[in-house]
Design a binder for this molecule. Structure first.
Ligand code: URA
Length: 212
């Protein structure tokens, strides 16, 4: 039987507090980047909770003991360009052995469908647990398309992490990728006519990279 994915809304005071600061239009680029990094660290902590462990022997200055380490599958983090880049360092700080793939998508002006313009994944992606990161889960179409590309290249065990989500994006993920666990910091009210999340935080890429 196929695995059934879950939706985890990360209802933690630290995450809620930091999301409020992130939303504030007066939060500048430096602080915005730091907050995204901090929230991604907290989300990575939760999304890696079920990693398998095994016992090893370790000699402390006092004596030899048995103690657990992470075992089994290797990890990959895949940011959706460009805002997803803001969440990568949190993962590789916590898990230095994780490989980083990149997926770039643009929206076709005629069909409005996401088109891949860049995709570079670790060669052994099918053997890795994969964390797809994008701070905003808005329509869900980019995330769903990115995960399609990963699956086409053999990726199987996939989780999506987004800081702010819209109900529409969650519905698309549950419809198109019911096997994928979705971790979000908060579920906002809706999308506006320009497909921005309301109340959201504006354009995450512009706020991360100071391009507005
Ligand atoms: N991408 C963003 O950066 N912001 C939104 O509100 C929606 C998509």
């Amino acid at each position: 039987m196929n695995k059934q994915g879950k939706l985890v809304v990360m209802d933690h005071p630290l995450i809620k507090h930091k999301i409020t600061l992130l939303r504030d239009e007066n939060t500048g680029t430096k602080e915005f980047r730091e907050l995204v990094h901090e929230i991604a660290t907290l989300m990575a902590y939760e999304a890696t909770r079920d990693l398998p462990m095994k016992d090893v022997q370790v000699k402390t200055p006092i004596q030899l003991c048995t103690s657990p380490i992470i075992s089994g599958r290797m990890l990959a983090v895949v940011p959706i360009l460009r805002a997803g880049l803001g969440m990568v360092e949190a993962f590789i700080n916590l898990i230095p052995g994780a490989k980083v793939g990149h997926i770039g998508l643009y929206r076709d002006p005629v069909t409005h469908l996401p088109v891949e313009y860049y995709c570079k994944l670790p060669a052994d992606i099918e053997e890795r647990d994969i964390f797809v990161v994008d701070p905003m889960l808005a329509t869900g179409k980019s995330a769903a398309a990115a995960i399609n590309f990963i699956k086409e290249r053999g990726g199987k065990n996939i989780k999506l992490l987004s800081i702010i989500s819209a109900p529409e994006g969650i519905a698309v993920m549950q419809e198109e990728h019911p096997d994928v666990d979705v971790y979000v910091g908060v579920v906002d009210e809706k999308l506006n006519e320009n497909k921005y999340i309301v109340p959201g935080l504006g354009d995450a890429g512009d706020r991360l990279f100071g391009t507005k």
